[in-house]
Design a protein around this ligand. Structure first.
Ligand code: OGA
Ligand code: MN
Length: 298
């Protein structure tokens, strides 16, 4: 273990962003209160939001009342919508998806450390998730700051990792306990939302050390959609992958968002991983979700 205490300020560059955003942990994440996304945002507020997003990587914007069209309009200010092939959207807004966990769900969407759609040659930039129905308690989401995770590797390890590429396969059944994506969705109670695409890209090969296109900061770009390192077998890759996956889960790199009615969370998939906690059996959790298209990772 390289460190006993996270040195954040030197790494993050900026400290607390601005008055709009209040950090919720040392590593990443901030609460945003006092704005109403159903009203047009002033240029100042919009600029403060963008700065806070790059500073904190995860923003929990509280107390919103958004219909799907308004949610989508706000989402589109972050870029073009990323097409998610595997699910049908809402009838009234096909670019907005409903993520549903029924009380008897046996699988919870996102219940593993991952960054969204790493198996896509151009993975998602921003995911926006808006709470519609929450369990009485539980259903929080964890996030990990992959820039901190990178910084806290030793120099020798950084050098060793610098040329590696990750090989991600979105159709790999081992991720779903041997099940197809269809079977997996059905276990979560979302069978009726399934869309079965024929010709969608499912292989992404990306640099393991990714440079953020806006901030220039490096991160350890890894998540459970990585099968192996490019040019290496799964068997050869496993010890190092296991080590790095464990590394990014260190509590010091993480924050935990507790959802409230009306919370909208947006996160930067280019430098974070997240994990949906499956601790609310017997209750419903329903979210609206939009994903925004990103760049080819470099
Ligand atoms: C997602 C996801 C986490 C959650 O929507 O991509 O992983 O807590 N969601 O629902
Ligand atoms: Mn996800």
């Amino acid at each position: 273990m390289l460190i006993t205490r996270i040195e954040k300020d030197g790494l993050m560059g900026r400290k607390t962003g601005n008055a709009l955003a209040t950090p919720i942990a040392g590593a990443l994440g901030a609460d945003v209160r006092g704005i109403d996304l159903s009203e047009p945002l002033s240029d100042d507020v919009w600029a403060a939001l963008e700065t806070a997003f790059l500073d904190h990587k995860v923003l929990a914007i509280r107390d919103q009342t958004l219909d799907p069209a308004t949610f989508l309009a706000f989402s589109k200010r972050w870029g073009d919508v990323h097409f998610y092939p595997y699910m049908d959207g809402l009838p009234e807004e096909p670019e907005v998806f409903e993520i549903l966990a029924k009380p008897d769900a046996q699988r919870i969407f996102g219940n593993r450390w991952h960054s969204d759609q790493m198996y896509d040659p151009t993975p998602v930039k921003v995911t926006l998730l808006y709470a519609k129905d929450l369990p009485p308690v539980g259903g929080d989401t964890l996030f990990s700051n992959l820039e901190l995770a990178y910084e806290h590797l030793s120099d020798g390890m950084k050098t060793m990792l610098s040329g590696l590429k990750i090989y991600c396969d979105g159709a790999d059944k081992s991720r779903y306990g041997g099940m197809s994506r269809e079977q997996w969705y059905a276990k979560g109670g979302m069978a009726e939302k399934l869309n079965a695409p024929e010709q969608e890209p499912v292989i992404g090969i990306h640099p393991l050390i990714r440079t953020h296109p806006e901030t220039g900061r490096k991160c350890l770009y890894i998540g459970d959609q990585v099968q192996r390192f490019d040019g290496m077998s799964a068997e050869d890759s496993k010890p190092l992958l296991d080590y790095l996956m464990k590394h990014i889960e260190r509590p010091e790199f993480t924050c935990r968002v507790q959802w409230e009615p009306g919370t909208l969370v947006l996160w930067d998939n280019r430098c974070t991983c997240h994990y949906a906690i499956a601790d609310y059996a017997g209750h419903t959790r329903r979210m609206h979700r939009v994903t925004i298209a990103g760049d080819v990772p470099v």
